[in-house]
Design a protein around this ligand. Structure first.
Ligand code: TYC
Length: 122
């Protein structure tokens, strides 16, 4: 897979003020770049699990506030989880996914709902 590849293999450096100003047309030193590649982070699906007790409105509200879903999409995801048993709330880099899982479980715990949430590699 080609990722994080820069098109610039070398960085050109002028030898002096005259050259930078284009006055002499003099030498230019070409040296290897020091920074080469950046890797995109691996991604994780945050999964909501169905249960019989958590109110539908609570799940929709979580999808809006924690996962920044618009109302219609939040409702669609909640109904999918309700009908199928689980569903994807969002896809994020590892640490962000962990934070979302904790936020869901903490908000559910505070409201005394049994809602559970998990993450899995994409
Ligand atoms: N099944 C719940 C109910 O009927 C609603 C629900 C949806 C609960 C999604 C959890 O992740 C969930 N009130």
């Amino acid at each position: 897979m080609s990722q994080g590849r820069s098109s610039e293999a070398f960085r050109a450096r002028s030898t002096g003020a005259h050259d930078r100003e284009g006055l002499t047309g003099g030498q230019v030193i070409v040296e290897p770049k020091t920074k080469t590649r950046t890797k995109r982070p691996s991604l994780y699906r945050v999964i909501l699990l169905n249960d019989d007790y958590t109110p539908m409105e609570f799940v929709v509200e979580l999808l809006r506030t924690v996962f920044h879903k618009p109302q219609a999409e939040a409702t669609r995801i909640m109904l999918h989880v309700h009908q199928k048993g689980s569903g994807i709330a969002g896809i994020y880099p590892c640490e962000i996914a962990e934070t979302k899982v904790r936020a869901v479980e903490e908000l559910a715990r505070q409201a005394q709902h049994p809602l559970k949430c998990a993450m899995e590699p994409e």
